[in-house]
Design a protein around this ligand. Structure first.
Ligand SMILES: Cc1cc2nc3c(=O)[nH]c(=O)nc-3n(C[C@H](O)[C@H](O)[C@H](O)COP(=O)(O)O)c2cc1C
Length: 193
């Protein structure tokens, strides 16, 4: 049986010091039989869609050049079955780097299309989203990052199951961050099942 293709989107800006990355690596260690592509988002040179790039994108799409280097990340994304995202909880959501990635892969004609009723139809293999985060405080009802990512993944890219794994309260004085991270592993089985 072919190995499951997992795309690991690493938006952990603090690199090796990141507790979110640590939690994500522990999650991924349960997927030894998978093909994991690790994308460190801060090494990709991602650019926002400014006027010139939007024009370039429209031109390439008009010419049918969906395999152009402009769409390299969108084409990698199209082939992934599971999307595992590691993103710290920043300013009620996530680092801007992750939004830049979404903007780069979210492209009508490459990763999704609109049907005749205006409804988005996925052009991706994506089945599952696992969103892993850690927060200094408590996320509560302010889970804007995950809510947004889930909407894009499910409504544009056809993800059928989404899971949220969080370790919270890590920066609160008196809390034990190591114990909180270990306790957060109790959320793994649901997302692995
Ligand atoms: C730029 C920035 C913004 C943050 N915003 C929040 C926030 O809105 N709410 C919160 O509870 N913690 C916030 N934090 C704390 C982080 O969520 C917390 O330290 C997290 O564990 C960092 O993950 P990391 O160890 O993977 O970098 C913020 C930290 C930084 C550096």
């Amino acid at each position: 049986m072919p190995k499951k293709d997992i795309l690991f989107l690493d938006a952990c800006v603090r690199g090796e010091a990141s507790r979110t990355l640590e939690l994500a690596n522990r999650f991924l260690s349960n997927l030894a039989d998978a093909q994991i592509t690790h994308l460190k988002l801060d090494t990709l040179g991602l650019q926002p869609l400014d006027k010139a790039r939007l024009h370039e994108r429209d031109h390439l799409l008009h010419e049918g050049k969906t395999d152009a280097s402009f769409f390299v990340h969108a084409n990698i994304f199209r082939n992934a079955q599971w999307i595992v995202i590691a993103a710290p909880y920043w300013d009620f959501s996530f680092p801007a780097l992750l939004k830049l990635y979404v903007e780069n892969v979210s492209c009508s004609g490459v990763t999704f299309a609109y049907d005749e009723t205006g409804k988005p139809v996925s052009l991706c293999r994506a089945e599952r989203l696992v969103y892993i985060t850690t927060a200094g405080g408590y996320i509560g009802e302010n889970n804007f990052g995950f809510t947004y990512i889930r909407a894009v993944m499910e409504q544009f890219f056809g993800v059928k199951q989404s899971f949220h794994i969080a370790a919270e309260g890590l920066d609160i004085i008196g809390n034990d961050p190591r114990a909180i991270l270990i306790a957060a592993e109790a959320q793994f089985p649901a997302a692995l099942g």
